[in-house]
Each structure stands twice: as structure tokens, then as C-alpha cells.
Write a protein that binds this ligand. Structure first.
Ligand SMILES: [Zn+2]
Length: 297
């Protein structure tokens, strides 16, 4: 069906806005519901599933669906939390049809070989997780000790948190020789940014992505914080409108098409006001980087 193509990630890898959109899309399908059956179709994704994964989830009620950085966290009535990372290609599909004959399950779901986990809920939709490249993972961990989980323990502040501000970023940049984009993608510095939104934010802040972090002046740092928030907010809004337009109709939790100003736009004119430069594509630390050499210093 055509709508499924519309919902491909614009980005090759989900970052904070995509994860947040998935969270909002999944919330009505899962929160408050009991997981009546959990089916695992393979033993691992990026990592093996934890022991007794399906058994530990079955019968538990989903109390809440939260996001931390690029992680989805679902605290359960059992006292444990389901942790999900989408990796590069992790996708959820919500099968709104109660009866499989109404809308054939196979029409709503990715190919069976990629439908790795199936969650059935009481009086609610069936939720399927697939991950073609298997860079994502799921874990179950004691809620009371969640902050000690290996993947969550060292996460930096959320970009919208007050703790993420100019003086915090100045301290994070000081004495660091790595490129500023690399530092922003470091999840222990700030949680949720990846290659795309870091590139977009630095373009708006007019800071060159490869510039050594320690050489970024305070004024530029003062532009980076609001630029990060602006690009994330716009992308979350775009995801939100996708959800409003489509989620109720087809159950896809917001794999939205969001347009970027620089990412994927090598050779195009720079969209920054007053700039006559062109977007340049380069490879930095193994990642495609897009920036405008004219206005990003
Ligand atoms: Zn420019």
C-alpha cells in the first residue's frame, strides 16, 4: 500500500525526534494495557534478548511509555521496565484490526522474516517490532535500578532539559580536540542527537562541524543550544502532524518524512539567510557530513 512507503524514515537512523514520534504513536496502543502474549521470532537483535524475555513481559501491564535519549522505556506493573532501542531500522507497526480476517495481518506487517517481536494486548491492537538490519535491541531491567543499566547510566542531559545550557556545553567542549559535531553526537554529552540533527543544528548556528570543540567561542556555543532545540522541535512537530494525519487510519506510528535543510543536499544553495554559499558533502569520522563552508565558521 502506498502509505507504507510514505512512512519510511527520512533519516537513515532514528534520532530523538523519530523516537519521540514513535513513542507518541505507540502510547495509545500500549499504555494501560496488559501484554497477553509476547512472541519472539529470533533469539537476538544486536544483542541476545534477556533470559525469559517473553515470560517476564507476559501478563504485565504497561504503566507508561517514556523516552530517554534514543531509548524507549516502558515501565511495567511487574516492577521491570522494557527498554527498546530502534537501532537503524527498528520499526513498530500497530495492527488496529481486532480480528485478523478484517485486515489480513500479513498486509499490515513487514515481511515475516523481519517481524521479530509480536506483542498482543488485552482488548487492544497487536504491536509488531521489526528490525531489518538488527542494530536495535530490547532488554528488560528492574525499574528501581534503571539508572544503573549499562546503556542508560552514562547518558547526558536531554536537549530540552534546563541542565543542557550554554555553560554546560562550554564545559563539555573545553579542551576537546574532536570535531564539534562528534562531541554533539556523543550520547554522554547530550542524549538523543545523531549525525543528521547535529549537522542541521550546526548549520543553523553557523558553526563548522569539523571545527575542534575547544576552539568554539562562547557566542557560537550560545547559538548552538537554541539551534539544537529548534531543529528537534520542528522535527517532532513534523512527526506529530504525521501522527494526526495517518496513525489513526493505518496504525503506522509516525515514520515521517521530514525535510532537512542541509542533510542530503550536497551541491544545493545554502538556505541560511543572506548566504550565497553551497552545501558541501564530506566524510567526517566515517559519517556523511553536510555543511556550508561559506557561513559555517
Ligand atoms: Zn551558508
Amino acid at each position: 500500500m502506498a502509505w507504507r512507503r510514505d512512512f519510511r524514515y527520512a533519516s537513515p537512523m532514528p534520532e530523538l525526534p523519530e523516537v519521540e514520534t514513535v513513542r507518541r504513536g505507540l502510547e495509545p496502543a500500549l499504555v494501560g494495557r496488559r501484554l497477553t502474549k509476547v512472541t519472539l521470532r529470533r533469539p537476538d537483535l544486536r544483542f541476545p534478548f534477556p533470559p525469559h524475555f517473553a515470560r517476564r513481559l507476559t501478563g504485565a501491564r504497561v504503566a507508561e511509555l517514556r523516552r530517554r535519549g534514543k531509548f524507549l522505556l516502558a515501565p511495567l506493573s511487574s516492577g521491570e521496565t522494557l527498554i527498546v532501542h530502534l537501532g537503524m531500522t527498528g520499526r513498530f507497526l500497530i495492527d488496529l484490526a481486532q480480528a485478523a480476517d478484517d485486515v489480513p495481518f500479513r498486509d499490515q506487517c513487514p515481511p515475516p522474516k523481519h517481524a521479530h517481536v509480536v506483542f498482543e494486548t488485552d482488548n487492544g491492537p497487536r504491536v509488531t517490532f521489526s528490525d531489518a538490519r538488527r542494530f536495535g535491541f530490547m532488554d528488560v531491567f528492574e525499574t528501581a535500578n534503571l539508572s544503573h543499566h549499562l546503556q542508560l547510566a552514562n547518558l547526558g542531559p536531554e536537549p530540552f532539559d534546563g541542565a543542557f545550557n550554554q555553560s554546560y556545553l562550554a564545559a563539555a567542549f573545553s579542551a576537546r580536540r574532536r570535531g564539534v559535531k562528534d562531541i554533539l553526537m556523543d550520547q554522554s554529552v547530550v542524549a538523543g542527537l545523531g549525525n543528521i540533527y547535529a549537522s542541521e543544528a550546526l548549520h543553523r548556528a553557523r558553526v563548522a562541524p569539523g571545527k575542534e570543540a575547544r576552539r568554539i567561542g562562547r557566542k557560537a556555543i550560545g547559538r548552538i543550544v537554541p539551534a539544537i532545540r529548534a531543529v528537534l522541535e520542528e522535527a517532532i512537530d513534523a512527526g506529530g502532524s504525521t501522527l494526526r494525519d495517518f496513525a489513526a487510519a493505518n496504525g503506522s506510528p509516525g515514520y515521517f518524512q521530514h525535510s532537512f535543510r542541509v542533510y542530503g543536499r550536497g551541491g544545493e544553495p545554502c538556505p541560511n539567510p543572506g548566504c550565497v554559499g553551497r552545501i558541501h558533502r564530506s566524510i567526517q569520522a566515517g559519517r556523511a557530513t553536510y555543511h556550508c563552508p561559506t557561513c559555517q565558521e
